[in-house]
Write a protein that binds this ligand. Structure first.
Ligand code: CP3
Length: 345
């Protein structure tokens, strides 16, 4: 894999590149009218994810419009809950919902002790379809959520930003939390292996809510479980991108066996690169709201972002968070073209 011809992979391994690669978190999403049309045809977001033909179709939609440097599997970090027999559904404007969240030992006992990875076999079909469509022209990024970030949804049951139940469990029943994290880690390890066997070229770990934890708890409740997943899959040679919306707390990350760190817009690309002793490539981090401005402002901000990383390789251009439904598709075309032009080495 480290000999890959793909620009994305070359930049992750900090090999010589002719320009900076770019892809966009949530690039197949609601800002694209063709995505909305396919989602409606499928009968909603979950039905779309579970339909390997249509999930492949929406994965390819942004690549038909823009000359991006990678595909990303169309799915969600919460599908791992299929293995826990927890019914994931999405409501418009509310996001993910689990009607039976895990908040007690009794709730946890209802989860099968033998996790059945075949519950996620539809993802295998989606990956095979995408790999066939891409025909090695671009790499495919697979992904999971970190056990901690997934746990916040399994415990809260929705996407509240209060995290009342999670914080309560951290304080009063950390051993239950550890058991939940161990279960998610077991399922995620099998799920990662399955994605790699089916041909994903890189793996991204979304630890969106890692920044909620104190320094000590971050290591104990998030990074240690991520490291377990990495150690049991790393021998397969797929590079790993770690993403967190955190502003600080990054020192503990140095110990992780990863290849790239995805950062949000509050952080500085070059400073982060040096902070990690140039050990990891850095992905990010244009503020998505910049894409609501006019082209000259967007260009200025792209230049600023590129200038923040004045090194030969090791930058993967992206937004700081996922793209939102309020962005006009033409602004994305402008972004991709400008990054390609302005970053020529
Ligand atoms: O990036 C991609 O294009 C790949 C697909 C992908 C989705 N979600 C599709 C999606 C990936 C990698 C994710 C990751 C994900 N999912 C995260 C981590 C990254 C992040 O955004 O912080 C989290 C926390 C989730 C859980 C989730 N999924 C929430 C909280 C929501 C609702 C809020 C929102 O942003 O819409 C989703 C919905 C979701 N996931 C959509 C898509 C395209 C929109 C659903 C729709 O079309 O109705």
């Amino acid at each position: 894999m480290s000999h890959s011809k793909h620009l994305l992979i070359k930049s992750i391994y900090q090999r010589n590149i002719e320009r900076t690669p770019i892809w966009i978190m949530r690039q197949a999403g609601r800002y694209l009218p063709e995505y909305i049309a396919t989602k409606n045809k499928a009968g909603g977001f979950m039905s779309l994810i579970r339909n390997p033909e249509l999930a492949c179709e929406v994965t390819m939609q942004p690549l038909k419009r823009y000359s991006l440097d990678s595909a990303i599997l169309f799915s969600d970090i919460l599908v791992v809950a299929d293995m826990f027999n927890m019914n994931l559904r999405f409501e418009d404007k509310k996001g993910p919902i689990f009607d039976n969240p895990i908040r007690t030992e009794a709730d946890l006992k209802k989860i099968p002790s033998q996790l059945d990875i075949s519950k996620l076999s539809y993802v295998n079909e989606t990956i095979k379809n995408i790999k066939g469509e891409l025909n090695e022209s671009l790499p495919l990024i697979g992904f999971i959520g970190s056990p901690w970030t997934v746990a916040t949804y399994l415990i809260e049951g929705n996407s509240t930003k209060q995290f009342a139940y999670v914080n309560e469990m951290l304080k009063s029943n950390p051993s239950l939390l550890v058991k939940i994290l161990e279960m998610i880690t077991k399922g995620s390890t099998d799920y990662v292996k399955q994605q790699i066997e089916n041909g994903v070229d890189a793996l991204m770990i979304f630890d969106t809510w890692g920044g909620l934890l104190s320094k000590e708890n971050y290591e104990k409740f998030s990074l240690s479980f991520i490291q377990k997943i990495i150690l049991s899959t790393k021998k397969d040679g797929v590079p790993i991108i770690y993403y967190s919306r955190s502003k600080s707390n990054f020192a503990e990350l140095k110990k992780l066996d990863i290849n790239c760190v995805g950062i949000s817009s509050e952080n500085n690309l070059g400073e982060m690169y040096k902070f990690f002793d140039k050990k990891f490539a850095i992905q990010g981090n244009l503020d998505v709201d910049i894409l609501k401005e006019d082209e000259s402002t967007i260009k200025k901000e792209i230049t600023k972002t590129l200038d923040a990383f004045p090194f030969k390789s090791g930058h993967i251009f992206n937004l700081g968070t996922g793209i939102t439904p309020d962005i006009h598709p033409d602004k994305v075309a402008y972004l991709v073209d400008q990054v390609k032009e302005l970053s020529i080495k």
